[in-house]
Design a protein around this ligand. Structure first.
Ligand SMILES: Nc1ncnc2c1ncn2[C@@H]1O[C@H](COP(=O)(O)OP(=O)(O)O)[C@@H](O)[C@H]1O
Ligand SMILES: [Mg+2]
Length: 275
């Protein structure tokens, strides 16, 4: 293997069988380099969570291979160790333990891995400081705001220095202000901790803060591009929107106040952006 952090080879996942079979992932070949910050977008049900779960060894493929940090996940000697050490998960709902303080929640995944309670405490405090919550170390989750809880969840995901952080709609349950803060934080952590981050999001602004956007549809990756010019990103989002679809649809009624020539130009532009 070369030095890609993630490599999937003809990865497929089918749920169920026969007539009710759902092809959640269909022949996905994906390579992500170490240190990349990648957004995964696409409509609900297109396979984003399935992909993330396979990358994190939370589930097993129906066909194909997943390699993470040089290891074939089908041949892991110790899956628990991989989940605890190599990957850190952040979910839409934070999943913090309600009876533990913020600090204790971050310490938990280090139990049995980091030698002493003192070291665990120091690492947890360091992470709480990184996410801007040191003064809330002793608060319980229900004494924190949604955004603060999600920051604790991020700190917890980083506890064991994972090479790969997988975040499944981490801003989905937050207001846009907190969502933006969470995202900035992920970006900073990606730089300071050097982790590779894959974040599933519906939020275009979230995606644009990353370095690379993968777009999925029906279990396949249909677009893979580097984030460059924000204007181009906006145009691209427009091209993939309902409006873009409408303009492309030849059966759609002609648009009001737009001449056929103008509509033809729009269609050409949208087609190019969607390429
Ligand atoms: N455990 C499961 N059993 C059966 N079908 C599932 C299961 N998990 C997901 N699916 C189906 O697989 C497809 C992809 O799901 P998912 O990866 O959760 O999509 P996304 O995260 O993009 O919304 C969907 O059609 C979903 O209904
Ligand atoms: Mg999902």
């Amino acid at each position: 293997m070369h030095d890609a952090l993630i490599e999937t080879i003809q990865l497929s996942k089918v749920y169920g069988s026969g007539e009710t079979a759902v092809h959640a992932l269909d022949d996905v070949n994906l390579t992500v380099g170490a240190g990349e910050f990648v957004a995964i977008m696409g409509p609900s049900g297109c396979g984003k969570s399935t992909l993330l779960n396979l990358l994190g060894a939370l589930d097993q493929p129906s066909a194909g291979e997943v390699w993470v940090a040089g290891e074939n996940l089908a041949q892991l000697k110790n899956v628990d160790d991989f989940r605890a050490h190599t990957v850190g998960f952040i979910f839409q709902l934070h999943n913090l333990l309600p009876t533990l303080t913020a600090l204790e929640n971050i310490e938990t995944p280090m139990q049995g891995r980091v030698a002493s309670a003192r070291e665990r405490h120091a690492r947890a405090m360091h992470l709480l400081t990184l996410v801007g919550l040191a003064p809330r170390a002793k608060h319980l989750p229900n004494q924190l705001s949604g955004g603060q809880r999600q920051r604790v969840a991020i700190a917890r995901a980083l506890a064991n220095h994972p090479k790969l952080v997988l975040a499944d709609e981490p801003t989905g349950a937050l207001d846009s202000q907190s969502g933006e803060e969470i995202l900035q934080l992920l970006g900073e952590l990606q730089r300071s901790e050097g982790a590779t981050i894959a974040v599933v999001t519906h939020d275009r602004r979230v995606a644009q803060a990353t370095q690379r956007i993968l777009r999925m549809q029906d279990g396949r990756i249909v677009e893979d591009h580097r984030v460059s010019d924000p204007l181009e990103e906006d145009l691209r989002a427009l091209a993939f929107s309902k409006l873009g679809e409408t303009i492309l649809d030849p059966h759609d009624a002609p648009m009001q106040d737009v001449t056929p020539e103008e509509e033809a130009v729009l269609r050409k532009l949208i087609e190019r952006l969607r390429r």
